[in-house]
Every structure is written in C-alpha cells, then in structure tokens.
Design a protein around this ligand. Sequence first.
Ligand code: NAD
Ligand code: ZN
Length: 374
Amino acid sequence: MDTKNDMGIKKASDAKAGHRNFPMVPRVVFGKNSFNQLGDILLPKRKHSEAPFIFLVDDVFEGMEVAARIPLIFNDQIIFVSADEEPKTTQVDILVQKIQTEFTEVPSGIVGIGGGTLLDLAKAVAILLTNKGSSALYQGWDLVQKPSLYHVGIPTISGTGAEVSRTTVLMGPDKKLGINSDYTTFDQVILDPNLTQGVAKEQWFYTGMDCFIHCIESLNGTYLNAFSQSYGEKALELCKEVYLGELSSEESRDKLMMASWHGGMSIAYSQVGVAHAMSYGLGYLLGVKHGIGNCLVFQYLEEFYPHGVQLFNQMMEKQGVILPKGICAELSDTDFDIMIEVAMGMEPLWENALGEDWRRIITPEKLRSIYEKI
Ligand code: NAD
Ligand code: ZN
C-alpha cells in the first residue's frame, strides 16, 4: 500500500532535487457573479463546433439556477456527478470512456463545477483524455506524460485549495493517492463567491476547517519557508475573521474563498501534517470525507498543535457545530491496524510535522490512542 502523502509534495528544501519549480493557475477571475463570464472565457478556447466543452457538475445543482446558467452551445454536455463519495480512479475511467464513446472529436475542454470532489474529477478527466490507460497508472509524482486538455475549475464551496493545487486525490484499486503533476493544475479558475451561497452550515464548517488545518499544519511544520508562511499567515487571518469575527455573509463568502486559495498556496510549497495523515486513515478504512475527517482528528491534537486546537474549539463553539462521536467505537484490532498503517505511511507529512526523528514520537500505540477517542 503506497499512501505517501496528501498534497503530493516532497520536502520543499530537498537539496538534491533543487528547489521545486511548480505551476500556478495562469488565469483567475474573482468576484460576485463572475460565473457569468464563463461563456466569454470559453469562446476562444473552442477548437471547432464539433469539439464540445464537457461540464462536470455537482449533482446538487441539477435543476437549479446555477446549472441553467451554464453557457451551453453546439454539442456541449453537462454531466452531473454526485459528491457523496470522494473520487475514485474507476469513476474517472468511466467518465473518460463515456466522453470518448459519445464524441468522435476530442473535446475543447473540461469544466469542473463543485467542491473539491468535482474539481479533482475534472482535473483527472482532463489528464486522462490525453494520456492513455487507467487513471490509476498516474497516481504518484510526475507520471503524466502529455499535457492535459484545457480545464477550468469553478469552486462552489471554499476550503480545500483544490482550485490551486497540482494534485487530484483519487482512491485507486490499492491506494489513495494524488495524480501530482505539472499538468494537473487548472488552466483557468473562476472564483465567484456567490456560488457558495447554498452550502449547508456543517459542510461549510468542515470544508472551511480543511483550510484552517492546512494553515496550522503548514505554519507549524519543519518545512516552513517564507513562501509558505506568507500565504499561510494570510489564510489563517482570513479563517479567524470568518469563523470568529462578525462579518456579513457576503464578506464571509469572499474571505473564505480567498482563504482557501492562500491556504492551498501555502501547502504547495510546504506540506500538511498530523491531522491529514490520520484523516487519511479514517478515509481509507471508513470512507470518512476529507473535511470532517480532518476535524475529527484535529480536535484531539492539542499535544502537537496547542494553539491551533484552542482556536478550533473556539470556532466550533462560536459556530455551534458539534462533531459526531463514536466513529471508531466498533472497530476491530485489524481495523485500527489498517488505519495506523495508512497514516504512518504518510512519511513526508510526519516529517513536516515533527522532523526527521518523527518515528520516536509517533508509534502505533500513540495513533491508536488518538483514533480510539474519535
Ligand atoms: P465536496 O466536493 O466533497 O462537497 C461536499 C458537499 O457539499 C457535497 O455534498 C456537495 O454536494 C456539497 N456542495 C458543494 N457546493 C455546494 C453548494 N454551493 N451548495 C450546496 N451544496 C454544495 O467538498 P470539499 O470538502 O470541497 O471536497 C472534498 C474533496 O476534496 C475530497 O475528495 C478531498 O480528497 C479533495 N481535496 C483535494 C485537494 C487537492 O488539492 N486536490 C485538497 C484537499 C481536498
Ligand atoms: Zn486538506
């Protein structure tokens, strides 16, 4: 089982590898109702009338106004996808096959509209439409050979940073691992805070806390550098305003969207830490989703992130969020061992969190004692 790490970043300052030269999103629009510009943005990218744009859209928008505003022309197609489960390599392969069977021409591009789940699917489909074989072949680092199809990301919930990252996290046949490559990053992102209006309170908290935890793990990690710090501090400040301040809902949507962006930029040049490593264990064994999984773990990490956990508790209290309990209550010894193995396999995350000697601090017993509380 190879479950190395979340954001797909090896040590930032690895002297042998030199400093990483990583891609950024080359074009981004920000602003209320900027979604209305999508048609104009896509127009020059249309290859010809037979080469459609494929819109992968979270199925919460089926029959909703957002879907009606998608600028369809020619033979463009909307494919609604459920975000109930995190993306899988098999799901990506099926989508790619469907698109290849239905259209004789290679599409003009892929547009993902939704949360981290849909953004990751859109990135993966765009890669697999130009690279042969199953998406599972590309899980890892820099295995993608050819540039992906033009792809656009339009987040509808804020926090993961998937809109800026160079990875797409997929559950494969034998591992949960990102396709980390220079071709993964979106060519265009549209940040329209109004699209996040319908998000349910609990989900808003869980996904927003993914961003908060990115900041805490990056800012308290051994890989920290001025690049990561500059973005991480800004994102943290924005998270505090959103979850502890008295903002209007409009200000709050704007700021959380930018927090997500900065949080993503912060971990791009460093790494996440303990909560993400352990959350991966929960996700792998129980299918617990990324945002809530991070929260479930993070609440018990005062030993590693005392100030972060204190802030987290204040935010939960202020927002009146209560986390579910007893998630690990019924698990067997084997179950715990699986989660522990997955978590401990995330070496760069532990190394970032605790330094090269992390194995002296993190033992299977230690991890089990934390999982047992969840
Ligand atoms: P999500 O995409 O899983 O969506 C969460 C829920 O919110 C879903 O039920 C969805 O339907 C709903 N939703 C989304 N937008 C909505 C809206 N505007 N109105 C109403 N409901 C809405 O949530 P997420 O937390 O953004 O993404 C989690 C995924 O992101 C995981 O698969 C995780 O692995 C991935 N991730 C990727 C990266 C990366 O860099 N690629 C980073 C972190 C997490
Ligand atoms: Zn995360």
